[in-house]
Design a protein around this ligand. Structure first.
Ligand SMILES: [Zn+2]
Length: 352
């Protein structure tokens, strides 16, 4: 341990609130060696991990020193890995928010990734200023400082989202956009929180720019690097009745001649009855609803839903007049080639 780190640890010790509960969320958010992995309904979560990311994001919003940040990020990653070594059962069943927090920290633990990230935050501030002139305070250019609007990048499941806070509007864009050019960043600000974004001629253009970037190579590269996270096994594919891995292999072999590469397979954590499956092209993730993991659901039906989602992967997205058409006539034609289509379709429509 070098001098700086020893001093840091001492400071941290002094900052710790007296009587703090192990693994409790502290105000400054820190994964400590005492953090516990705690089973929750959606998997195992590492206490304080998400709070640590929130804290680091806030620090980056100010003019934080990159070397200090890098050290802090690397130390957090080491701590999480030490915890996971002691709780191997936790690593294989990590809940989504903990998993994404860990993967995000690991990504930023690379110096060039951190530099790209900080540069992207500066670019985001410029974009905000262009869309909403006067909303960025001079001298405190980076997002998340209490300005009217801010744009930040994080490992989220959607392309972008925005929310109102007492500090203003915070737009969070997928980490996949971290190396995006200025026009795309500006489009994100506009699409998430631009004046007149719901109507207007421009909005289609903005959205198209975002979409095109999100299916492009650079976005995918970042997402793959994030997901590659340190030998952490992927999401658990085994359900109570069905194993997505097996279903994928069978459907790929029987209906696609085995040519499809395996997407990330996951059960949708929120049990949806209306929507049985979803394929997300930007992250190459295929989700099936947990409601299908039931002995009353025939194998034909789960194969059919898997087939439908894999067709999205196989055929890609169709465009007409700038709108994305997921279920084109060609898609429907291919879908009907599934043997037992009528029966499976009828079951999906009638399902309890
Ligand atoms: Zn579909």
């Amino acid at each position: 341990m070098d001098q700086g780190m020893a001093a840091w640890s001492k400071r941290e010790r002094n900052r710790r609130t007296p009587g703090e509960v192990d693994g409790g969320v502290t105000t400054h958010g820190e994964v400590t060696m005492k953090s516990i992995v705690r089973p929750s309904r959606h998997g195992v979560r590492v206490a304080n991990l998400v709070a640590t990311c929130d804290q680091i994001r806030r620090e980056m919003a100010g003019q934080a020193d990159p070397d200090g940040l890098l050290e802090r990020i690397r130390r957090s990653v080491e701590r999480v890995e030490a915890i996971l070594r002691r709780h191997p059962e936790g690593a294989s069943a990590m809940a989504g928010p903990s998993r994404r927090a860990y993967q995000w920290l690991r990504f930023l633990a690379g110096r060039s990734n951190l530099e790209t990230h900080l540069a992207a935050l500066d670019l985001a501030a410029v974009a905000v200023e262009q869309v909403w002139p006067g909303s960025v305070r001079p001298g405190r250019a980076r997002p998340l400082v209490p300005t009217r609007i801010a744009l930040d990048f994080y490992h989220i499941e959607v392309l972008y989202r925005s929310r109102r806070t007492p500090e203003g509007v915070i737009i969070v864009a997928s980490q996949g956009f971290v190396a995006a050019p200025a026009e795309v960043v500006k489009a994100l600000v506009w699409a998430a929180h631009g004046p007149g974004r719901r109507a207007g001629k421009g909005s289609l253009e903005w959205r198209r720019g975002i979409h095109d970037y999100a299916v492009g190579p650079e976005f995918r590269r970042v997402m793959r690097e994030l997901e590659a996270g340190a030998g952490l096994p992927g999401p658990d594919t085994r359900g109570q009745v069905y194993d997505l891995e097996e279903v994928f292999r069978r459907v790929n072999r029987e209906h696609f001649g085995g040519i499809l590469e395996r997407p990330t397979l996951t059960w949708n954590k929120v049990v949806t009855r209306r929507k049985l499956g979803h394929y997300h092209p930007a992250t190459d993730t295929l989700m099936l609803s947990r409601s299908l993991d039931d002995s009353r659901v025939p194998a034909l039906v789960i194969d059919f839903v898997m087939y439908h989602e894999l067709l999205h992967k196989h055929l890609g997205v169709d465009r007409s007049n700038g709108r994305t058409v997921a279920h084109s006539a060609a898609f429907r034609r291919e879908e009907r080639r599934f043997p037992g289509y009528a029966e499976a379709e009828a079951w999906c429509r009638r399902r309890p």
